[in-house]
Design a protein around this ligand. Structure first.
Ligand SMILES: Cc1ncc(COP(=O)(O)O)c(C=O)c1O
Length: 415
């Protein structure tokens, strides 16, 4: 591993610190906060529709009714009042749990890190989808695993390829520590794992004693069609993560984990050493908010907005993108995943897009091993419908330019 040359403390860092890097893409994307750039990059939940006075009332109620507790440390496993609301929400999703079956975390990102911390020793194998949520990859990579990536198609993870891998690993005497999956409205791929694939995944997990980690931040943001059972609803040995970030607010930094008790206990120990407890204040404000308001009504409103933006994005892709491109058709969530011809490198194309005042996330970020260069993730959640359309129009021009540039160069050499 290369040590920093220009850092006075370069020799002191642990190996895992050297694995933590700010990517060039993140640096490039930092300019997308500029008002003149339409960002289809960040998966920012749309919070402007939220009635802020409701949160003011919740915060006031919280301080009047339970101010002293809100200003104190709380239990590491989370505030019971909030956990009760979470169990109700989980029951609506056909997951039957009690408050002692789950803990509150600082968003599901913390849960991903804690899972890495309790399961991964350097060199251990873990399995992920390809592509996979970049934040999960980053969290796991810090613990130095060997990552086995199983491709997705429009039905979800390729369980046939997974089975082949599991067989090979078993032959070599390797038991992967866990497999991480996002079955609903995948980040970045936008697809949803089909019912039969879910069933087969559960069968394989039983056959190979494979622990499944299911991450479900977008499941309640469905635009059409029937809900499919979560993996946790099919098998209570699955570790299940979700969050208030996409259905309410990422700023409050609250998520949760449901897990079998021995695993949950290890996660609580790991959380104790990470932060003692999640914020007592935000947990209790959210509790007060949920007591006084109908989150489902707000969600229905949000889902309408996201559905409208998804429709506009898909229509604009049809209108402005060249025939060589293809993309997924999400039934919920935030993202459309676009595949371009193999000769296009979207990381290189990003600078050109930013010149044209539009941004996206290049595909390579969501894979291990540098593959995925011809993919890109487009988020329709935050910009207005007009901006979504205009952003896709600008991006379509950039893609068409890249394609004609390629053809003019290759035609020139073939003459
Ligand atoms: C699949 C997935 N998991 C986890 C997270 C982390 O969310 P948070 O920590 O805000 O709960 C995100 C955020 O984008 C996500 O897309």
């Amino acid at each position: 591993m290369t040590r920093y040359q220009f850092d006075k403390w370069g020799d002191l860092y642990a190996n895992r610190a050297l694995l933590l890097k700010s990517s060039a893409i993140r640096d490039l994307l930092s300019v997308t906060a500029r008002a003149d750039i339409i960002s289809l990059a960040g998966g920012l939940p749309y919070t402007k529709e939220f009635k802020m006075n409701k949160m003011v009332s919740a915060a006031t109620d919280c301080m009047e009714r339970q101010g002293n507790e809100a200003l104190q440390y709380g239990p590491s496993e989370g505030h019971i009042g909030l956990k009760k609301h979470v169990t109700k929400m989980m029951t609506q999703d056909d997951i039957v749990v009690n408050t002692e079956d789950l803990i509150i975390t600082d968003g599901s990102q913390q849960a991903l890190d804690l899972i890495g911390k309790i399961f991964i020793d350097p060199g251990d194998h873990i399995i992920v989808e390809a592509p996979s949520y970049v934040g999960a990859l980053d969290a796991f990579i810090g613990y130095e695993p060997k990552i086995v990536a199983i491709p997705l198609d429009d039905q979800g993870v390729r369980v046939d390829l997974l089975e082949k891998q599991l067989k090979e690993l078993k032959k070599e005497g390797i038991r992967p520590k866990f497999m991480y999956v996002v079955p609903n409205f995948h980040n970045p791929a936008g697809i949803t794992m089909s019912g039969p694939r879910r069933k087969r995944l559960i069968e394989l997990s039983a056959e190979y004693d494979l622990l499944l980690v299911e991450d479900n931040p977008y499941g309640r943001l469905r635009f059409e069609g029937e809900n499919l059972p979560s993996l946790r609803a099919l098998d209570d040995k699955v570790v299940y993560l979700s969050t208030f970030s996409k259905i309410f607010s990422p700023g409050i930094r609250l998520g949760w984990v449901v897990a079998p008790h021995p695993i949950l206990e290890k996660i609580i120990f790991a959380k104790q050493s990470a932060d003692l407890c999640s914020s007592s204040f935000t947990q209790r404000v959210v509790e007060e908010f949920l007591e006084a308001n109908d989150l489902d009504a707000y969600l229905a409103q949000l889902t309408n907005i996201y559905r409208g933006r998804r429709d506009v994005m898909l229509e604009a892709l049809e209108e402005f993108f060249p025939k060589e491109a293809s993309w997924t058709q999400p039934n919920g969530g935030f993202f459309v995943w676009v595949e371009l011809p193999e000769f296009i490198d979207t990381t290189e194309m990003l600078a050109e897009a930013i010149n044209k005042k539009v941004a996206f996330v290049p595909g390579r970020s969501f894979f291990v091993g540098g593959v995925g260069a011809n993919f890109m993730r487009l988020a329709f959640c935050y910009p207005s419908e007009e901006d979504v359309r205009e952003g896709v129009r600008r991006l379509g021009e950039v893609v068409k330019d890249q394609i004609s540039l390629y053809h003019s160069v290759t035609d020139h050499f073939h003459k």
